[in-house]
Design a protein around this ligand. Structure first.
Ligand SMILES: Nc1ncnc2c1ncn2[C@@H]1O[C@H](COP(=O)(O)OP(=O)(O)O)[C@@H](O)[C@H]1O
Ligand SMILES: Nc1ncnc2c1ncn2[C@H]1C[C@H](O)[C@@H](COP(=O)(O)O)O1
Length: 223
């Protein structure tokens, strides 16, 4: 019996993976989609026309980048809807506003006018009854030291050249953000407790936990 049937994972489930840069979202997205035979919605970095420029000059490009990410995530949302679910999504739309845009505004690298324009667009697009929330958000957590090692190991030069204080600030914000997140059920995973790069045996306990949450009888999907 395959793992999807074994743990009664609905074919139309939408699972989003959240966590700071380098924590292991894309790796777990691929491992889970393989094990569950779900489609992936991956964050594209190589084709992003603003990302390199943004890391060179936050204040010049932060607004452009947020608008670009919002458009990309919204297109992905539409694709997921059109397929009728059955997706693992690499990063949630909630992190764009709750972590990145907010951080750049509060740190002075996004102007107040740009931040207000961005948040009003975000709210008009996302905070509506028509926007489907995921069935589950998997939150990946780990120590700052482990995450910095992973950023280094992955080797994107724009990230490696970014001061450690930026990643430290983001790490702290993520911890606060997840404690107040309530748009859908959350499964917290510590990156030292699994190894998505190892064999399928490591992924099965995660799928078991996913199944338990998705099959809770009192869970009503928020719209
Ligand atoms: N379970 C793991 N054990 C060891 N290294 C990992 C694991 N998961 C991811 N990595 C490594 O960490 C780096 C960042 O992973 P990635 O999935 O790209 O993170 P994210 O998508 O969250 O930015 C990559 O080099 C990846 O190979
Ligand atoms: N909304 C965002 N604002 C700024 N930067 C962002 C946003 N979403 C993703 N990013 C950056 C962070 C990383 O450099 C790349 C890819 O993210 P990752 O966590 O490695 O998948 O994009």
């Amino acid at each position: 019996m395959n793992l999807k049937n074994k743990y009664n994972i609905p074919n139309n489930a939408v699972i989003t993976i959240a966590g700071t840069v380098g924590v292991g979202k894309s790796t777990l997205t691929n491992a889970l989609s393989g094990a569950l035979e779900f489609r992936t919605s991956l964050e594209k970095v190589d084709t992003n026309p603003y990302l390199d420029k943004f890391y060179q000059e936050f204040s010049r490009w932060s607004f452009h980048l947020q608008i670009y990410f919002l458009a990309e995530r919204f297109k992905e949302q539409k694709r997921i809807f059109e397929y009728g679910g059955g997706f693992i999504q690499d990063r949630s739309i909630y992190e764009d506003t709750g972590i990145f845009a907010k951080m750049h505004y509060e740190k002075g690298t996004m102007s107040e006018i740009d931040y207000e324009t961005y948040t009003s667009l975000f709210e008009a697009m996302v905070m509506t009854p028509y926007f489907p929330h995921p069935d589950l958000l998997i939150y990946l957590e780990g120590s700052l030291e482990d995450i910095l090692l992973r950023i280094e190991k992955r080797g994107r030069s724009m990230e490696k050249q970014t001061p450690i204080d930026y990643w430290k600030e983001m790490h702290t914000r993520y911890e606060k953000w997840i404690d107040s997140f309530s748009a859908c059920p959350v499964l917290r995973l510590n990156i030292n407790e699994y190894d998505a790069m190892a064999d399928g045996n490591s992924i099965e306990p995660i799928i078991e936990k996913i199944g338990r949450i998705l099959n809770q009888r009192n869970y009503v999907k928020k719209t």
